[in-house]
Design a protein around this ligand. Structure first.
Ligand code: WTA
Length: 635
């Protein structure tokens, strides 16, 4: 039996038991046998959730890119590492071998070094899904710089906030990007963002759409000529196990985005091990995750997890609807994709088109289907299972978070019997707990509570950049000695978990986490707005959509509400990005408040979701009369 590759259910239970009875010994073996180290660790794990502090593989030395690239060269040098599928299907796909990827990463690392980037510096990457994105991520890792990838759909303000929060020295971007039939002026967005970022010394610009852009003398450099001149060897920087590998921002319920910091060794071990098992990747398989590398799913399961296993990973630049809704299936057929990993929102959008596009394609290469990002509804699960998997490819409903680094609750395909809408069983080494309102653990099955994790796993984020106190407050204060996920979950009669959704003010729209506070802050900047409250409501494609209740300073009588709605959504687009736009905006005279003045979002949520029969007692509110008015005037 190999602990590294689980092949049936008894083996899962056996390995699982081992991993929780003696986690240190278990992870010691996995790390020892499946990775290359410059120096081994002195201690597998030390931890204290009250501080909180977690350290894995203490004092080990490594570079993650030696594990993702160099070690494969003797046996897989000519194997394709990355298949790049461009936005336009008429443009040829690129197959980048492990040797080529290694050379391109080394050249890029030399460019970074020439531009003064050193170990520990932060580099912000704002790129579309082109090979340079994966390459720049790996180049940062090779030189020991901490990458902070910002999804290229975020606005200039969102970008500058992130650049300044981690005090990045450099931005890597492109002239522009393709998105379906549109082009986006990425460099223009970067220029605008950098007006507020005094500490950026240099900007590297990849050419993608050949648009005319302005280059600031001394600051901006075209990437290609620098790469051409660079040397194709670069000795990887030796990193400590606990050195930060990257920062990735995620929305919280309040305040600015949280820069989650991930480690080098623990993150590597965890993403590689989960990738191997959750997708049952075999040597010649073609694996495709449709996420963007701007999100954690792309970091862990497009770049690091697959490459650490010497896999072939597909990077798709475009969107599922271009040139038509058959694009995903076209790519599956063209590259003979074996593992396909996507989000419920994409499945719902494609299911809406019927099976016409699906039926035109040969999907027989598929072996495993994955889903991630939000709870998958029953209908979408069955559509995926029947039409894409033809009932023979197991669906892995993988629950995890930016903070967890890798997949936490998931079936192991071909081992764990799946159940629609259930993420099923904890992954190896993961010890979940359901907690009640009083802070006690709910034992037994057929129960529901708040999902916590009792014991550290190697992939856990170590802190929030620059704000350890917030890390503690957000994740380790709600329940004693536990990591609190922010999600609710049910456990069924056999111990399967079903994630029921966020229990805080984070709303997941089309798989993107959005905190309500930053959106409300953006709205409140509008001169006509007095106050606002955002809640989520069910949406058949996006999962949840945003409903805004807004009070105006002059009651809005004299203003054109349609124009106001447009202006408000424009403000949100400018401050955060188009993903945070409101689907519905209701202007109201007042918002329901507690006697201490807190907005009662629970009530607003029920109204937005048409559940007015479940409002409960509203008589204790400061202003109970506004509730009926809001209901009467609902959109
Ligand atoms: C939600 C994405 C139900 C959950 C990897 C979590 C899910 C948040 C699932 C993290 C799933 C993710 N079933 N809900 N399979 N996967 N979620 O940080 O609410 O972008 O807390 O990480 O997405 O989103 P994040």
């Amino acid at each position: 039996m190999s602990n590294y590759h689980i092949k049936h259910l008894e083996e899962y239970y056996q390995v699982y038991r081992k991993s929780v009875r003696n986690p240190e010994q278990f992870w010691d073996e996995i790390a020892e046998e499946h990775f290359v180290w410059r120096k081994k660790w002195d201690n597998v794990l030390s931890w204290d959730f009250t501080k909180p502090e977690v350290k894995w593989f203490e004092n080990a030395k490594l570079n993650i890119t030696e594990n993702c690239l160099d070690r494969h060269l003797p046996t897989r040098g000519d194997k394709t590492a990355i298949i790049f599928e461009p936005n336009d299907p008429k443009e040829q796909a690129q197959h980048i071998t492990y040797s080529q990827l290694h050379a391109r990463v080394c050249k890029f690392a030399n460019v970074l070094k020439d531009k003064g980037i050193k170990k520990g510096d932060r580099v912000c990457i704002y790129l579309p899904m082109i090979p340079e994105l994966a390459i720049s991520v790996l180049a940062c890792a090779r030189i020991g710089a901490i990458h902070s990838v910002v999804f290229a759909g975020f606005s200039a303000t969102a970008l500058s906030t992130r650049i300044n929060d981690c005090d990045a020295k450099m931005v890597i971007t492109s002239d522009g990007s393709y998105r379906g039939s549109k082009t986006i002026d990425l460099k223009g967005i970067v220029d605008e963002a950098l007006e507020d970022c005094p500490n950026i010394d240099s900007v590297l610009v990849a050419k993608r759409i050949n648009s005319k852009i302005s280059m600031k003398d001394g600051r901006d450099h075209w990437l290609q000529p620098l790469l051409e001149d660079a040397h194709q060897d670069f000795t990887a920087e030796v990193m400590d196990a606990e050195d930060a590998l990257f920062i990735l921002y995620t929305s919280g319920s309040t305040g600015k985005p949280k820069g989650m910091v991930h480690s080098s060794a623990g993150y590597m071990v965890y993403t590689a091990y989960t990738f191997k098992n959750v997708f049952q990747y075999k040597e010649d398989d073609i694996y495709w995750c449709t996420a963007d590398i701007g999100w954690i799913t792309g970091h862990s399961y497009i770049v690091y997890g697959p490459l650490a296993n010497g896999a072939t990973t597909v990077m798709f630049e475009g969107v599922p609807s271009y040139p038509d809704f058959g694009r995903f299936w076209d790519i599956v057929q063209k590259h003979k994709v074996n593992q396909f990993y996507t989000a419920p929102t994409a499945i719902r959008a494609l299911a809406k088109q019927g099976t016409e596009y699906v039926d035109k394609h040969d999907l027989s290469s598929l072996k495993v289907l994955g889903t991630v990002g939000e709870p998958i509804n029953e209908e979408a699960w069955h559509w995926y299972n029947e039409n894409i998997g033809k009932k023979k490819s197991p669906i892995v409903d993988t629950w995890w978070q930016t903070e967890t680094g890798g997949i936490m609750i998931t079936p192991i395909p071909f081992s764990t019997p799946t159940k629609p809408t259930y993420a099923t069983l904890p992954f190896i080494g993961i010890q979940p707990a359901l907690m009640d309102e009083n802070g006690d653990e709910i034992k037994g099955n057929q129960v529901e509570g708040r999902l916590c994790i009792k014991y550290p796993w190697p992939g856990i984020a170590r802190t929030i950049w620059g704000d350890h106190q917030r890390y503690k407050d957000t994740y380790f204060s709600a329940y004693k000695n536990m990591y609190f996920t922010g999600d609710g979950a049910m456990r069924d009669e056999v111990g399967y978990y079903r994630i029921t959704g966020r229990v805080d003010d984070v709303i997941i729209v089309s798989g993107h986490n959005l905190g309500t506070a930053p959106i409300e802050d953006a709205i409140n900047e509008h001169q006509a707005v007095a106050e606002s409250a955002i809640v989520g409501f069910p949406h058949d494609v996006k999962g949840s959509a945003l409903y805004g209740y807004i009070t105006l300073k002059d009651s809005g009588e004299s203003r054109n509400h349609d124009n106001l709605r447009k202006e408000i959504n424009q403000l949100i687009t400018d401050r955060i990005g188009p993903i945070a736009k409101l689907d519905k905006i209701q202007f109201t005279n007042g918002l329901p408040k507690t006697r201490s003045g807190k907005i009662m979002r629970r009530i607003l949520r029920k109204i937005a979701s048409n559940e007015t029969d479940k409002l409960g007692d509203t008589s204790t509110l400061l202003n109970p009369e506004v509730v009926q008015r809001i209901i009467d005037e609902k959109l």
